[in-house]
Ligand binder design. Structure first.
Ligand code: AMP
Length: 309
């Protein structure tokens, strides 16, 4: 199996109640690719950076097996930059700056060797660019997952709706689901959004877990209660990377396996938030991930006594 990962590779300035980090490496595609790389070895990245992006970060991705043939490096230009500040309760955040820089006129070109990719992870990015990636695929993929955010709903809603029509799974957070559907109830929102195209919808609720909707079924996975969350940045992208990485490595798209993928995504996201930026997601071992999965299993399992005999 092969996973195509698309999205921002960027610099972030982040402020949380626990500290500040200035111009550290981030970006949706960075988190996605690192997370997916623990499950799968054929990861093909499509993104753009300026010549300000640190070479050692690219080398680290390459040594993890992430294929960077689809990464464009623009001489004399600056990488995408995002700055955000989290609220005291860490659940909400304000975007302080979004500088598109190289992203403003990014024209994604898929190397020929990427065009038959089977699992497609369209990370948070300009919706028209996500669409251009889909249009270059020469073989129908097994699964297309798309992640987006309110920023694109505000400035490019029509393009977003056009690309959502073409995908299988949409991952967004609860507020974004409400904004996109115009419905407050997440169950109603899920129905409205699935009528827009995707058969599956994942609604991420931060420290309150994630919901998976498909047909008449709903699955809920909690988030791991953690003693300390340092920086929630990238939790959603890490979730997406773990989710698609697990699905591609098992090559099983049954609803039961999708549920497992939600738990794997949640487990990896719980690691990312324990350190600033990509520090933790870059340094996981398979034992770390298995430990988290066992902890999730305990958290989620209950042997119920039925009242009806
Ligand atoms: P998350 O916390 O999962 O929403 O992802 C945060 C990451 O998304 C950061 O590393 C940012 O660089 C990146 N990001 C922030 N805003 C945007 C945007 N409008 N488009 C694409 N990526 C973004």
């Amino acid at each position: 199996m092969s996973i195509l990962t698309v999205g921002t590779v960027a610099f972030d300035s982040i402020e949380t109640p626990f500290g500040k980090a200035d111009r550290i490496v981030g970006g949706a595609c960075t988190y996605i690719s690192w997370a997916a790389s623990y499950f799968h070895k054929d990861i093909r990245l499509v993104a753009v950076v300026g010549d300000d992006f640190p070479q050692f970060e690219l080398d680290a991705m390459r040594s993890q097996g992430i294929n960077l043939d689809g990464l464009q490096i623009k001489e004399g230009e600056k990488s995408f930059f995002w700055a955000g500040k989290y609220h005291e309760n860490m659940n909400g955040r304000d975007t302080l700056a979004t500088e598109l820089n190289v992203l403003a006129d990014f024209d994604p070109v898929l190397p020929d060797s990427y065009k038959d990719s089977q699992y497609i992870m369209l990370g948070n990015l300009t919706p028209s660019i996500q669409m251009k990636v889909i249009e270059q695929l020469t073989v129908k993929p097994k699964l297309i997952v798309l992640d987006t955010m309110n920023f694109w709903m505000d400035i490019a809603l029509d393009d977003l709706k056009a690309v959502i029509k073409k995908i299988d799974v949409l991952t967004i957070n609860d507020e974004e689901a409400r904004q996109l559907s115009g419905e407050h109830s997440l169950v109603k929102a899920a129905r409205v959004i699935r009528e827009m195209g995707p058969k599956y919808l994942v609604i991420k609720k931060g420290e309150h877990g994630a919901l998976l909707f498909h047909g008449e079924e709903i699955f809920f996975a909690p988030a791991l209660p953690l003693e300390q969350v340092f920086d929630p940045t990238g939790a959603g992208d890490t979730f997406a990377g773990g989710f698609i990485g697990y699905l591609a490595s098992t090559d099983d798209l049954s609803f039961e396996n999708m549920k497992r993928a939600v738990v794997y995504g949640s487990a990896l996201a719980s690691c990312t938030v324990e350190k600033f930026g990509i520090e933790k997601i870059k340094s996981l071992s398979i034992d770390d991930i298995n430990d988290r999965i066992r902890t999730f299993e305990k958290l989620m399992t209950v042997n119920m006594e039925s009242l009806v005999k």
